[in-house]
Design a protein around this ligand. Structure first.
Ligand SMILES: Nc1nc2c(ncn2[C@@H]2O[C@H](COP(=O)(O)OP(=O)(O)OP(=O)(O)O)[C@@H](O)[C@H]2O)c(=O)[nH]1
Ligand SMILES: [Mg+2]
Length: 424
């Protein structure tokens, strides 16, 4: 670093963390720009390493000339361009920030609204990480207690009862569930809501898609099996971006193309935040409707909003509509407003409250695993082998640790940081 500063700025002494106005010159001494130069000395910098910041006037040509000059000067000491996200990755590896905070840097840059920017800023400040680490400390305490009990097999039951292990596990589970809800809201803020229209063929999914989109985005015919592939369309409800997905009707089929389409429908169900299950009021609970339900149920994610929508009510008399579900006719427009209000309600539940933070699908996955292992302890304590309970607590704690980067599966870092923009 010293040699680079020496050559670039002709031996000028740069006091750490002070702004200096310096001429930047090319190899032959010709002026390129007047720049503000700040030198940060390790560990007091973003990455925790020595950093030289050159703030030049805007414009790609000037930038390129300064970069080229730096590269020539620094080539002897191995200077190179940073990879995407490398500064933030180094900040993480040097312990300046944890992984959730590093991700929040990218989310802050990508934030599409003031609300999501605020939530990302809270994550960057460490609000999310603090909740994770507090919870994890309690999990570790409980595990330590259970492990200590293993050394006194005769007094095991007494220890467990006196230590209120069952109650502590239940409390922790409650906290993980709350965390999961906040994280879900944080994910909606980042990614919007994914609303998937499903049901057996011909019930009017594509018609509803067109109604909600206010445009002819999907083909509608009276032929069952019209939609073969997923069709996506973005709308906005009360500022929350909603991704509508129309899907291929669910039924048993031998047709290869339709089978692929149905598999895609099932995948979309797994990733949905809201499922609109459409039914045809004239064919309620017929064989096809039941087949559709059997295919949908095993794919539903924990916490997904599930709405039953009974379509084509224009075809029956009012007294025949005493059925469970939201009544709709895409033909007359009956019920569309109620359905939109329902979506508004769900989107509103996702509104950030003070203290919420930005979250990603990766975080939700970690929290779900932490929850599952903790649930095993809650359900099993009393009858469960204590070694297994301790192991479940360890797995739960590891899953939470993944969020902040304390425990890391292979390749995760590369995946996260490669999605950053260059220079961050
Ligand atoms: N009477 C009446 N007909 C409707 C209504 N909604 C849709 N339809 C008709 O039902 C038929 C099927 O509609 P689609 O929207 O293509 O149904 P789909 O569920 O997308 O069907 P697939 O793509 O085959 O799975 C069309 O002939 C529509 O005009 C409605 O509210 N009332
Ligand atoms: Mg369709």
């Amino acid at each position: 670093m010293d040699s680079i500063v020496q050559e670039l700025f002709k031996g000028k002494v740069l006091k750490p963390r002070f702004a200096h106005l310096c001429p930047v010159e090319d190899d032959d001494g010709q002026a390129i720009d007047q720049a503000i130069v700040i030198r940060f000395v390790a560990p007091r910098s973003y990455t925790g390493e020595d950093v030289l910041e050159i703030q030049a006037h805007g414009g790609t040509a000037i930038q390129q000339m300064i970069m080229d000059r730096c590269m020539r000067v620094g080539s002897k000491v191995g200077l190179r361009y940073a990879e995407p996200g490398e500064f933030t990755q180094r900040a993480f590896l040097n312990g300046r920030i944890d992984l959730a905070q590093a991700e929040a840097v990218a989310d802050l840059i990508d934030a599409g609204s003031a609300a999501s920017a605020r939530a990302a800023a809270r994550s960057l400040q460490g609000c999310f990480s603090k909740r994770i680490t507090d919870l994890n400390e309690q999990l570790i305490d409980l595990r330590a207690f259970v492990e200590a009990t293993l050394d006194f097999p005769e007094e095991e039951i007494e220890f467990i009862e006196n230590g209120h292990v069952a109650q502590r596990a239940v409390d922790l589970l409650g906290q993980v569930q709350d965390l999961s809800k906040s994280a879900m809201r944080g994910k909606v803020l980042r990614d919007g809501l994914t609303v998937v229209l499903v049901g057996s063929p011909n019930v009017g999914k594509s018609s509803l898609m067109n109604t909600l989109a206010g445009d002819e985005v999907a083909i509608v015919t009276d032929i069952a099996g019209t939609t073969r592939d997923k069709i996506e369309y973005a709308i906005e409800v009360d500022g929350v971006p909603i991704k509508l997905i129309d899907t291929a009707g669910l039924r048993q089929t031998e047709d290869t193309v339709e089978m692929i389409g149905i598999e895609r429908t099932l995948k979309a169900i797994e990733n949905a935040d809201v499922i609109l299950h459409l039914k045809d009021v004239t064919r309620l609970a017929d064989e096809e409707d039941q087949t559709a339900m059997e295919l949908i149920l095993p794919r539903l994610r924990e916490g997904v909003e599930f709405l039953t929508v009974v379509n084509k009510v224009d075809l029956v008399k009012a007294e025949d509509t005493a059925v469970d579900g939201l009544l709709l006719s895409t033909k007359t427009g009956f019920g569309v407003e109620v359905l939109t209000q329902e979506l508004r309600r769900i989107a509103g539940m996702s509104e950030v409250s003070e203290g919420d933070f930005m979250a990603r699908a990766r975080h939700l996955d970690c929290i779900a695993r932490a929850q599952e292992h903790l649930q095993n302890v809650v359900l099993g304590i009393g009858s469960m082998n204590l070694e297994i309970a301790a192991e479940e607590l360890r797995l739960s704690s590891n899953a939470l640790g993944e969020i902040v980067g304390q425990t890391l599966p292979d390749d995760l870092l590369g995946m996260i940081f490669s999605r950053f923009c260059i220079g961050k």
